[in-house]
Design a binder for this molecule. Structure first.
Ligand code: ASP
Length: 327
């Protein structure tokens, strides 16, 4: 029997330690630890990696501290458009939704697409009605609102006006010094807030799930890496389960999550080598910032990022969850 492993992330970005009270930091650690423990409980009860990552991401979506579900960022039109994906390493089964606006838990809708449709990716209103027909909980747009994300959007919007998504992402980096003091330990103007989970279960199977509100002030209709298999999410028992957060356009162009798996499959790289190459060499070569978490079927675990911080946590077997924010 394999010792199960679960890891989660809640976004990566630039650190502003000075703006952080010990209390704020403790809230993040507590949320991460609780969510790791919930995923761990699923695995230790004999549940599948797929069940564990779905549950962990569902909880991350419900937590207002993270940019997914409740707490998602605003589009340039002042709305929320959410993307999510799940993938099962056993048989490469996968499901995803993009640009959904009224589903409380996009990750559950992604799972519904995987289990109840013949497709992998459904988008927009059709994805919403499909998920609702299969029992998804729908919410009013106001459900996703948090004051912190709204203020963040007002700051960026006022400075950037209309902007291509990729420029908007870069812009937030440049302007971060002018933002008002964040309550978030990672500067919200400089943070990628996607959430994700990867797991290895007792039966030796891996799975991954990723969910996001995207990038603040993104153009309406923009789809990032998160719901795209191989870009923001990938899982195969033969290689690894991988979940991403960062400048989505670069993760799409470099097929970042699959690149990790491909390096293992074709070049014989270890998980650690493949992650190091993708996060520290491939992504930075195209100004890609962010991180990846991954676990392979042997229980090797990597949480890598090229930013100053990434919200993250993990646990093996019955061990106490470990959480971290900074390098
Ligand atoms: N990768 C996400 C996207 O581009 C953003 C993030 O990680 O926060 O939509």
């Amino acid at each position: 029997m394999t010792i199960p492993v679960i890891a989660i992330h809640g976004g990566a970005g630039t650190i502003t330690r000075a703006s952080l009270t010990a209390e704020d930091e403790a809230r993040y650690h507590q949320a991460l630890a609780d969510i790791v423990a919930a995923g761990q409980a699923v695995l230790n009860a004999g549940g599948s990696a797929l069940e564990a990552v779905t549950e962990a991401v569902r909880l991350l979506e419900d937590c207002p501290l993270f940019n997914a579900g409740h707490g998602a960022v605003y589009t340039s039109e002042g709305k929320h458009e959410l993307d999510a994906c799940v993938m099962n390493g056993t048989d490469l089964a996968s499901g995803a939704v993009a640009c959904v606006t009224n589903l409380r838990n996009p990750v559950l809708a992604a799972r519904t697409v995987m289990e109840h449709s013949e497709h992998v990716l459904l988008v927009g209103p059709a994805a919403e009605s499909f998920a609702a027909r299969h029992g998804a909980v729908t919410v009013e747009p106001g459900y996703f609102h948090t004051d912190a994300r709204h203020e963040q959007w007002l700051r960026v919007r006022g400075q950037s006006g209309m902007m291509l998504d990729h420029d908007a992402a870069a812009f937030t980096f440049k302007e971060s010094a002018h933002g008002t003091a964040p309550v978030d330990p990672i500067d919200p103007d400089n943070k990628f807030g996607t959430v994700g989970a990867v797991a290895l279960d007792m039966h030796g199977n891996v799975a991954a799930a990723t969910s996001t509100g995207g990038i603040t002030n993104k153009q309406a209709g923009r789809v990032g890496d998160t719901p795209l298999i191989g870009a923001g999410c990938y899982a195969a028992n033969a290689t690894a389960a991988i979940s991403a957060t960062g400048t989505g356009e670069v993760f799409i162009r470099t097929v970042a999550a699959y690149d990790v798996a491909a390096r293992m499959a074709y070049a014989g790289a270890t998980l650690q080598e493949a992650m190091e190459q993708v996060v520290m060499q491939v992504l930075p070569a195209y100004e890609g910032r962010g991180g990846l978490i991954a676990v392979d079927a042997q229980g090797n675990l990597e949480l890598s990022f090229n930013t100053e911080g990434m919200y993250r946590g993990y646990a093996r077997g019955g061990d106490t969850p470990v959480t971290a924010i900074y390098k």
